[in-house]
Design a protein around this ligand. Structure first.
Ligand code: 5MM
Length: 343
């Protein structure tokens, strides 16, 4: 019933030169981010911070196609009483909502987790659509360590993601399908490539089995990269080539688009890797960003919870969004980073 709308929304989410802002930090995660800048995590300060981002006209109108929100934010109003979701829509960007309920240990699979939140999801989705959300996000977490991930760990998560995606589409919401392979370990890039391939092969089999329309989804994968603790880090070109090899092997061209997570990479690395991939095109799908930390790290530092820093923090956010917008077109260059200001 929603097929045309889903395709249109998914296409808009990966429009040329644009990508997604992942601002859906759960209460625990945003507290960690605020702790790092010495700001207390109160409901009002979380609202002020996010209002500041959504009122960054340059970023929002030019480079942010959509914003992933946390439940609290979708219900919040700006200081002048405008719902935050309306601020996003007024900038020509699309409000979205994180619908998973986080991870718990997966029974029988030591060291692995499963994402929860399927029960009652259809009903929650109806409410979110009424509140203005047109896409959703569900994140599965796959860790790499000795003897993991197991087949059970991968399959349980890809199955849940596919069930979530089918429910979303039934309710007129575009699912962002996010099977994150963590970069926390000591593994090398080849191990990451092997695990990412297993995960994505299984993911697309499950999406097929659940009848999900691929033209109406956005895939949010991690890049293929060596673990943070690995002594051997791969070059930008190696990361880009390995990531594209995996995607081309696993992701049908009918998928509306790919929007990467940044996963703890530095801001500049996340941008450089995205740019390198787009320079290796033409690619079967639009390839862009759905960054949380790599878009917010700078503005958070500059803001530091102070009203007098809002304009500078908005400029920092717009700069990062602009550089990533260029990377999504393969038009970024390292000199732009060094220049310290947007081109
Ligand atoms: C913004 O963070 C998202 C929510 O995380 P929690 O559920 O742990 O609070 C997270 O899912 C995010 O959307 C993705 O990991 C992408 O963010 P990064 O920082 O990896 O680009």
């Amino acid at each position: 019933m929603y097929a045309d709308e889903l395709k249109k929304t998914a296409k808009a989410m990966v429009a040329p030169g644009k990508g997604l802002l992942a601002a859906d930090e759960s209460s625990g995660t945003i507290k960690k981010r605020f702790d790092a800048i010495g700001v207390e995590s109160t409901e009002d300060l979380r609202r002020d911070y996010r209002e500041m981002l959504f009122r960054s006209a340059d970023a929002m109108t030019k480079n942010i196609s959509g914003v992933i929100l946390y439940d609290e934010t979708l219900r919040q109003k700006a200081k002048d009483g405008t719902p935050l979701s309306k601020l996003i829509a007024a900038a020509g960007s699309i409000p979205g909502i994180k619908v998973d309920k986080g991870v718990v240990p997966l029974p029988g699979c030591p060291g692995e987790v499963i994402t929860e939140g399927l029960d009652g999801l259809g009903e929650r989705m109806k409410e979110y659509r009424a509140l203005g959300a047109r896409f959703a996000k569900w994140r599965a977490v796959i860790d790499i360590a000795a003897h993991i991930p197991t087949f059970a760990g991968i399959y349980t998560n890809t199955h849940a993601l596919a069930r979530y995606a089918a429910i979303c589409q039934q309710e007129g919401i575009v699912p962002i399908v996010e099977p994150e392979v963590l970069m926390d370990g000591a593994h090398d890039i080849d191990t990451c490539e092997e695990v990412a391939t297993r995960v994505l092969k299984q993911q697309f089999q499950d999406l097929y089995l659940q009848g999900v329309m691929l033209e109406g989804i956005v895939l949010k994968p991690s890049m293929v990269i060596a673990g943070k603790k690995s002594a051997k880090q791969a070059s930008v070109q190696e990361v880009a080539a390995a990531t594209l090899r995996v995607l081309k092997n696993c992701v049908p061209p009918s998928v509306a688009g790919i929007a990467f997570l940044s996963g703890g990479q530095s801001d500049a690395d996340a941008t450089a890797h995205l740019d390198a991939m787009n320079r290796m095109g033409p690619l079967p799908w639009p390839v862009t960003y759905s960054y949380g930390r790599a878009l917010q790290h700078e503005p958070q530092k500059v803001w530091a919870g102070k009203a007098e820093n809002v304009t500078a923090a908005q400029a920092a956010f717009s700069r990062r969004a602009h550089l990533n917008g260029l990377a999504s077109l393969g038009k970024w260059s390292p000199e732009l980073e060094k220049a310290g200001k947007a081109a």
